[in-house]
Design a protein around this ligand. Structure first.
Ligand code: GLN
Length: 489
């Protein structure tokens, strides 16, 4: 297969009339047909719908030429609502569910000229770090088929890494865009909470959830964020803050000179895989060599981040998932004669939810219960504030905080499924940005045991532009992002 184009290249080619939206769409569908049988990244491939849309776009070339994502094929995590196109969030309880409306991000992408080619597999309700909690089967890592692609947006990350699509959307509550991006060797951004509308994102933990782009280059991630960011009358929590010009933030001249990057060295002393540590240290050296000022910083409350995250996220999930009762959406357990409504709810939920989702509903209900609320939920909210304040202090003297994205490279399939706590520890470096509401990116920075390692930058609220600028400068000076996994086009 020919060298896959980035979203930017497709857009430029389409705008200049060198190729068409239909050609780009056909190429993506061919790659999916050829590559996905080995990876299982796609839950639904919407071939006819995508081709119809691409042909419609091509009919009015003058209009298409001015669109920022003209003809760009894109995949969406299957927890983003698409009108008339099944949206399962990886759960049996939403088997066959066809939303009556599009998520705001979906209509914005389409308005920008993108073509949605399909929906990608994810952990059930985005709960997981390996995509093994998907009720429709696990996704494989294109770098090593016996490894997990990370989660919960594992399908989106694998689809981009294997060059089936140039860009995809994921959602990130505690790391679900950044961690799979890191483990698959691509770029993933979690925007500031409120930067992107959550209307039509199937809710997991509403105070943490954000939708973000996964791409092979920082520039492509910036292009996609530009199209989806901004206020939305359908989501009162979508911030009114003006959206920056992200392309301007990538000007090569900006580079790393004059940037200050904070490194929380003490956090890295424990539990970090030696290969990841080496790649991270080398990346920090490279940033320094290119003119960035590196400072040491303390994030003293980060050691509580996993505990706090799993209290808050489960509490919010138990409340958000109460709506799945078999009445309004998806699957309903058959009614027995003389059944009460409660018995029907119970049987629907028993059959419809997988074990991890049940575990989280139970944990969340427990931490919110009258006798334990103060001890768990309230306490967690207080510590959450301390975590945010740690970052505020660090970011008062630095442009970004640098961290590894994941403490280990991709682990083996099945290795952690029996030990939820071990699975939760995969999020040790990613949960604090969403707890603090801050934007963060993961970009490729090397390899450990032949598997990709991610470098994370956390930035100030609504300052995605600085994150993109720093990440782009590093990316342009290194070759890590160019590496292609063995399973790719
Ligand atoms: N792995 C984390 C969890 O299971 C994060 C998931 C996410 O960001 N959606 O909660």
């Amino acid at each position: 297969m020919s060298e896959p184009r980035t979203a930017r290249q497709i857009r430029d080619d389409v705008a200049a009339g060198r190729s068409s939206a239909t050609e780009a769409c056909e190429a993506a569908l061919e790659r999916i047909a050829h590559i996905d049988p080995s990876l299982n990244a796609f839950q639904t491939v919407a071939a006819e719908r995508a081709l119809d849309r691409a042909r419609t776009l091509d009919r009015d070339h003058a209009a298409l030429a001015s669109l920022p994502l003209a003809g760009v094929p894109i995949a969406l995590k299957d927890n983003l609502c698409t009108r008339g196109l099944t949206t399962t969030a990886g759960s049996r309880i939403l088997d066959g569910y066809r939303p009556p409306y599009d998520a705001t991000v979906v209509s914005r992408l389409e308005r920008a000229g993108a073509v949605i080619v399909g929906k990608t597999r994810c952990d059930e309700f985005a709960m997981g770090s390996s995509t093994e909690n998907c009720a429709y089967g696990p996704v494989k890592n294109p770098w090593a088929l016996d490894r997990i692609p990370g989660g919960s947006s594992g399908g989106s990350a694998a689809a981009v890494a294997a060059t089936m699509v140039p860009v995809a959307l994921g959602s990130d509550t505690g790391g679900s865009v950044r961690q799979p991006a890191a483990l698959c060797g691509v770029t993933g951004l979690k925007p500031t909470w409120g930067r992107v509308s959550r209307y039509g994102l199937i809710a997991f933990a509403s105070s943490l959830d954000q939708i973000g782009p996964i791409a092979r280059t920082v520039e492509d991630a910036a292009l996609v964020l530009q199209a989806i960011a901004g206020p939305d009358p359908c989501d009162a929590t979508a911030a009114l803050a003006p959206v920056a010009d992200y392309a301007a933030a990538l000007e090569p001249a900006k580079g790393l000179r004059g940037r200050t990057i904070a490194v929380p060295r003490r956090l890295l002393e424990e539990g970090l895989d030696a290969g990841v540590r080496q790649a991270f240290d080398d990346a920090v050296e490279a940033l320094k060599a290119r003119g960035a000022k590196i400072i040491d910083v303390e994030l003293p409350h980060n050691r509580h981040a996993i505990a706090i995250y799993y209290l808050i996220a489960t509490a919010e999930a138990s409340s958000n998932l109460a709506r799945y009762d078999g009445v309004r959406y998806g699957v309903r357990a058959p009614l027995d004669p003389g059944d009460t409504l409660i018995a029907m709810y119970g049987r629907t939920r028993e059959a419809g939810f997988g074990p991890e989702v049940k575990r989280r509903i139970m944990l969340g209900t427990y931490v919110l219960s009258a006798g334990y609320y103060d001890a768990y939920y309230l306490k967690a909210q207080q510590v959450r504030t301390l975590i945010r304040q740690d970052f505020e202090r660090a970011l008062a003297s630095a442009d970004v905080v640098a961290l590894p994205t994941s403490p280990t490279p991709a682990f083996r399939s099945g290795e952690r499924t029996a030990d939820p706590l071990k699975m939760y520890l995969a999020d040790v470096f990613t949960v604090s940005a969403p707890l603090a509401g801050l934007p963060a990116i993961s970009i490729p920075c090397g390899f450990a045991d032949g598997l990709p390692v991610g470098l994370q930058f956390v930035g100030r609220p609504f300052d995605e532009a600085t994150i993109f600028g720093v990440a782009h400068a590093y990316e342009r000076d290194t070759d890590w992002w160019k590496a292609r996994p063995p399973v790719s086009g």
